[in-house]
Write a protein that binds this ligand. Sequence first.
Ligand code: OOB
Length: 550
Amino acid sequence: MTGPGQEVVPLPGCPTWPEEFATRYRQAGYWRGETFGQMLRERAQRHGERTAIVAGNQRLSYREFDSRVDQLSAGFYALGIKPRDRVVVQLTNIAAFYEVIFALFRLGALPVFALPAHRSSEINYFCSFTEAVAYIIPDKHAGFDYRTLAAQVREAVPTLQHVIVAGEAGSFTALSDLYASPTELPEGPRPSDVAFFQLSGGSTGVPKLIPRTHDDYIYSLRGSVEICQLDGSSVYLCALPAAHNFPLSSPGVLGTFYAGGTAVMALNPSPDEVFPLIARERVTITAVVPPLAMIWLESAKARRHDLSSLRVLQVGGAKFSAEVARRVRPTLGCTLQQVFGMAEGLVNYTRLDDPEEIIVTTQGRPISPDDEIRVVDEDGHDVAPGETGQLLTRGPYTIRGYYKAEAHNARAFTADGFYCTGDLVRVTPEGYLVVEGRAKDQINRGGDKVAAEEVENHLLAHPAVHDAAVVSMPDPFLGERTCAFIIPREAPPPAAALTAFLRERGLAAFKIPDRIEFVDSFPQTGVGKVSKKALREALSRRNAVLTPSS
Ligand code: OOB
């Protein structure tokens, strides 16, 4: 905590709330001056013998978890990691994920949350943009050796001093060697300090980094825990990638720790792995994206696992169709909760006791009474109540700007601090949001976000590509897939050569276009921009308007 007269120097490049708002959020009791490090300590003191984490054969009590975090923060510090140093964390759903991030929190070093699917293109960027000093990886996962990737990244990024491996370390530092005797650490972070960076789904050439503070994130946990009715008896199954904001904090594993419950980790979200875990650990709540919900629903009909402990199935990350939503309660015997959130902040939930019709047809309402919502037309004017427009939001856990992105922030936030979500929504008379579409140049591939411009830039680097435009195409399973329209320079290259080129450039697999179409020109809008709307329409008419170039 800061005493009177002590100056708070914010981390450079992280826009923050104006003092007037910060004061209001403190006075309202949203920001209570807690940090993650203290939160875990307090839970360990209160219920040390309860199980905090179950992962594979490993079971950690709160006391063991807390003391391993102390050991690891000592080890990180001894290695030279200091408060505010950035550390790119790319771990799978293992207990060490939480030991690592809490050790960094306690030290005041800042995790940058990468996803296991990210490859050299993304990781090089995260490490160099944040000037990371360390990169933490598993040895292998799903057939991919992260140490090979780390060797490349280390060559490319001069600030990177340490590669730390959970598992077989090879020539790198083994995470298991860093659990040291607890030592005195430098003064811990302040509640108003940035705690970590989340990644934005993004719509621009490179992903944006989202600075979240202890104060704001812990408030979103507290609100989520209350809405989702978590308590010490709750058992949360983490089946989505642990670093994503949804399974991390809505209420996710961090919300589960906040409530003193148990988090169960699944390395793979398939029913084969997850259903026996739900039965064995008596899981009460879990979170999935819509395609996974469909797989689970199909599978639950055919199998005889005991899923009776499950009380809530959360579905979010992409639009869940009302038709499938209606099947959740009869098939799984639990409540559906729709979750419409974003790593930038705002999270909306349907409430557990809402009428079934609201649960299946809306994407919920905000956590906080102080989440301000505006729905605006293309000129930024409020639409009439119930009309569809772009969602703008401001509130006690929504960021005021991305990390080191001044020019982009001027477009992505209004002058008075509202975040322009790029989502098209309408508000029902009951105050619930319904997601109707998207104004941002992004493809939502079953919850995985693909920024069109990022993929286009990679395609443009190919010598045979004159121009590229990436758009979504509807898909019954993922909701959307990606299609890249290409104007070739001369003869079009084989589509497989282009996708191989993107893989070699180290782009995450979910960003590789599902389909490639070669065309002579792009349809244009009235002002001469590429009309992606016309491209999408052309796709749905199966190339009726476009003349393939060969
Ligand atoms: C979650 O976070 P992000 O940052 O990966 O993606 C945010 C975007 C939203 O702006 C929206 O476009 C889309 O994902 N989205 C949904 C949705 N939930 C997210 N679109 C329609 N329906 C939904 N239910 O995806 C995220 C973060 C926290 C909790 C849940 C999801």
